[in-house]
Design a binder for this molecule. Structure first.
Ligand code: ADP
Ligand code: MG
Length: 250
């Protein structure tokens, strides 16, 4: 893949970002660019700052130093602009985070109605299209608690897609799932990738990463230790720590 003329295609630009939780330096001089349509997989040991990093991209976490520019908008403490960005960046969490007291369909309809002021009938139509796309239209009138983990995570993906995001962030979306349900979620993510979505995924599903990722990022102790194309990463990682990590999880 050509790395020339990279600038006009960049949709996420992270420059010299540092973040602390109190005295704990959690992100250390992070630099990372993501191009439109690029699939980036972030991996690394627990506690290395992966969740914190992807949460800074949609301002669920603030950073103290450096710049994050998402689709041309610099993330600063401007509530209106942050809301714009949060609209354009969908996020899927390990723990689904669905509203338990609302039906599956209502979970998917909620943000388009509240945030985008979409008429209810239109939001409902769109919700059903998205639930069909993730293969669970037949579950639309159930409550999240009545669904399997894999189905709930597919609802969460449909809910994020309902805002027509330009970027999708995934934070270990299959880590809370039983093994037999992992595939159904990864299949939905793979399809999204094929359709050209820009994706940043924290995951240890290396089979998925090999297939889908353009770029691999390995983090440890708040540092990006290795940044490489997926091919380089899996065939000839430069850093010893990356090799050690891969040996442990592959
Ligand atoms: P990862 O996703 O790679 O497991 P995290 O980004 O969740 O890592 O966390 C990185 C480090 O920051 C961990 O040591 C964690 O305990 C710490 N941490 C995460 N969130 C907070 C918080 N809200 N306050 C203080 N420390 C935190
Ligand atoms: Mg995490």
């Amino acid at each position: 893949m050509s790395r020339e003329n990279i600038d006009e295609n960049i949709i996420i630009e992270i420059k010299g970002v540092n973040k602390w939780y109190g005295k704990f330096h959690v992100l250390k001089d992070i630099n990372l660019n993501v191009r439109k349509g690029e699939k980036v997989v972030v991996c690394g040991p627990s506690g290395s700052g992966k969740s914190t990093l992807i949460r800074t991209i949609n301002y669920l976490e603030t950073h103290e130093e450096g710049d994050i520019i998402v689709d041309g908008v610099k993330l600063v403490d401007d509530v209106k602009r942050i809301q714009e960005i949060q609209r354009d960046v969908g996020m899927v969490f390990q723990q689904f985070n669905l509203f338990p007291h609302l039906t599956v369909k209502t979970n998917v309809m909620l943000s388009p109605i509240w945030v985008k002021k979409l008429p209810k009938a239109q939001a409902e139509k769109r919700a059903m299209e998205l639930l069909t796309r993730v293969g669970i239209a037949d579950q639309a009138d159930k409550f999240p608690g009545q669904l399997s983990g894999g189905q709930q995570q597919r609802v969460a993906i449909a809910r994020a897609l309902a805002m027509d995001p330009k970027i999708m962030l995934f934070d270990e979306p299959t880590s809370a799932l039983d093994p037999e349900m992992i595939k159904e979620v990864l299949d939905v993510m793979r399809e999204l990738a094929d359709q050209g979505m820009t994706m940043v995924c924290v995951t240890h599903e290396m089979g998925f990463a090999k297939e889908v990722a353009d770029t691999m990022v390995f983090m440890e102790d708040g540092i990006i230790v290795e940044y490489a194309t997926a091919k380089e990463f899996f065939t000839s990682p430069k850093e010893g720590r990356t090799r050690q990590f891969l040996e442990q999880i592959l």
